[in-house]
Design a protein around this ligand. Structure first.
Ligand code: PHE
Length: 539
């Protein structure tokens, strides 16, 4: 069945109606044997939506002969053909003569073996192949015994028993009916003589609005119809609420955005406020100095940080809220680095204001957290002191990295900061368990680490079942007193912070092994359009 020899759908609809007017129900396989499934279905859907016909779908299996089986059906089984050829030659046949008579080497070879097995042929005295003739003794019409001729020299030949080619008989029947006894079909299938194919047939009947012609139905109400009044009598096509809408070709969310959305939900759920991160350029002051990162620290090298060449320097920090005196903060930072202050012995080096005013692409979002904490220092809660706060941000950071499968020069950081009185390291570890637990990351391991701005510092690890190993998921710590007191936060206020990349959990979630497939110019737009939504707590 191909589309080319079937009637077009338009014709088929009226063919269906005409057939039904003389006979109902009808079976599509009998009435339209040449039409394809798609054409019949399209015609029936068209008529069905107008209630002109009703139909049921029936599925059945058809047995179809394989080419070899077609041959057997036409000419007999190999063994039968061998038997017939040998029997016809009264004097017997040599193998070459048999081959010639059959005209097919494989048929001869296979058939000969089977015919021997069935004892239909044997080797005569001169070595030629002869048909085994059986004799049947009849007595008054009743069969009384059978015998091989050489054993019964006294009897006369009454009837030559011919062989029964049962394979051919079964195949002929299957060919005609396309079905057969289940055991026989299974056997034929095993011998690769037939294949079973699913066929869908429709049982079609007249519907409540059956007619021979399809009435034209209006699809739109036009202004002409309104002015002429023809809308009153017009027949309108009912809405098809099951039809698929046309493709809207809308934009798609990038996987990073989907994972970001999940992180934001978790932060909001835990009472965090989102920090404004809408600036990529920072001064060395906010990115490094305020965080107690010494000016000789390798992270501040050109190899690690991108510096802005125009303009080269920034102004000194301005008040972030009214009434602040950034000059005091600036001087505190300078003293902490140079000579030590607030109980810190400092780094003991000549601190350079120029270095602090250099402009950089921020290397972490902790620069934003620092500015937020500086703002917090001048806020007053009910007791006149800075109130507890929870801040988070998810945004882009820049590092002068050599780009490879797991590193990019720009990526996204997820960062959280909690400021409160009486925070403890144990409380912080507990908080981490809860926070990561919300995205399905459990059994955390903490490893002592070093950050210039936190003490103690801990790297956070978790066992990843999919990867079968411990993976680092983040970095964390308690901000140092010399950093917090410099900005004017009370001595007993503790601030805990942590950060992780947005890319790593996204890559794990979407099973991406090369970060360049996720971010940058090599990203495949098809991947963005097709990737599924994500739920962090699952899996
Ligand atoms: N800034 C750290 C980083 O880039 C993350 C961090 C934030 C660590 C806050 C401790 C406290 O990895």
């Amino acid at each position: 069945m191909t589309t080319s020899n079937s009637a077009p759908a338009g014709d088929l609809t009226s063919q269906v109606l005409h057939k039904l007017s003389t006979q109902s129900p009808i079976l599509s396989s009998e009435a339209f044997p040449a039409a394809t499934f798609q054409d019949v279905k399209a015609a029936l859907d068209r008529l069905g939506s107008r209630s002109m016909v009703t139909y049921e779908t029936m599925e059945r299996e058809e047995a179809l002969l394989e080419p070899e089986a077609e041959q057997i059906a036409a000419h007999g089984s190999h063994e039968a053909r061998v038997f017939e050829a040998v029997r016809e030659a009264m004097e017997g046949l040599t193998i070459q003569e048999l081959e010639q008579a059959i005209g097919d080497k494989t048929v001869t070879k296979l058939g000969q073996g089977k015919a021997f097995k069935e004892k239909w042929i044997s080797k005569g005295k001169d070595g030629k192949l002869v048909a085994t003739v059986r004799l049947i003794f009849l007595w008054g019409g009743d069969l009384i015994c059978r015998a091989e001729p050489e054993l019964t020299p006294y009897v006369s030949l009454l009837q030559a028993d011919s062989i029964k080619d049962s394979t051919r008989a079964v195949l002929l029947q299957v060919k005609e009916t396309k079905t057969g006894d289940a055991k026989a079909l299974a056997d034929l299938k095993k011998r690769k003589l037939i294949k079973l194919q699913k066929v869908v047939t429709f049982k079609i009947d007249k519907g409540p609005k059956f007619a021979l012609e399809i009435e034209k139905e209006e699809t739109d109400l036009t202004s002409d119809m309104l002015s002429s009044g023809s809308w009153k009598t017009a027949k309108f096509k009912p809405y098809n609420f099951r039809a698929l809408g046309s493709d809207q070709n809308a934009g798609a969310l990038h996987p990073l955005n989907k994972v970001r959305h999940e992180f934001r939900q978790i932060f909001f759920e835990m009472g965090f406020e989102e920090m404004p991160t809408n600036k990529f350029v920072e001064t060395g002051f906010w990115n490094f100095d305020a965080l107690f990162v010494p000016q000789q620290h390798p992270a501040r090298d050109l190899q690690d940080t991108f510096y802005i060449s125009d303009p080269k320097v920034a102004d000194k920090p301005r008040p972030l809220v009214e009434g602040q005196n950034p000059e005091e903060y600036w001087n505190n930072v300078k003293e902490v680095h140079q000579d030590g202050k607030f109980g810190s012995i400092g780094y003991k080096y000549p601190w350079s204001a120029d270095e602090s005013l250099k402009l950089v692409l921020r290397t972490h979002t902790t620069s934003i957290s620092t500015a937020m904490l500086y703002k917090l220092a001048s806020q007053k809660g009910p007791d006149g002191r800075p109130p507890p706060a929870r801040y988070f941000s998810i945004d882009r950071v820049f590092r002068n990295e050599t780009v490879d499968a797991t590193h990019l020069a720009e990526f996204h950081q997820v960062e959280g900061v909690i400021a409160d009185y009486g925070l403890t390291l144990g409380g912080l570890m507990e908080f981490m368990e809860v926070f990561f637990g919300k995205m399905g990351i459990t059994d955390l391991k903490f490893k002592p680490a070093y950050n210039p701005y936190t003490e103690p510092s801990m790297e956070i690890f978790s066992y990843h079942k999919g990867l079968g190993k411990l993976v680092e998921i983040g970095n964390s710590g308690m901000f140092r007193p010399e950093m917090l007191e410099s900005m004017g936060l009370p001595k007993d206020m503790r601030v805990f912070g942590w950060g992780l990349s947005l890319e790593r959990p996204t890559m794990i979630k979407y099973k991406i092994s090369n970060i360049r497939e996720l971010l940058g110019h090599k990203v495949d737009l098809g991947f963005i359009e097709r990737n599924p939504a994500v739920r962090l707590e699952k899996e």
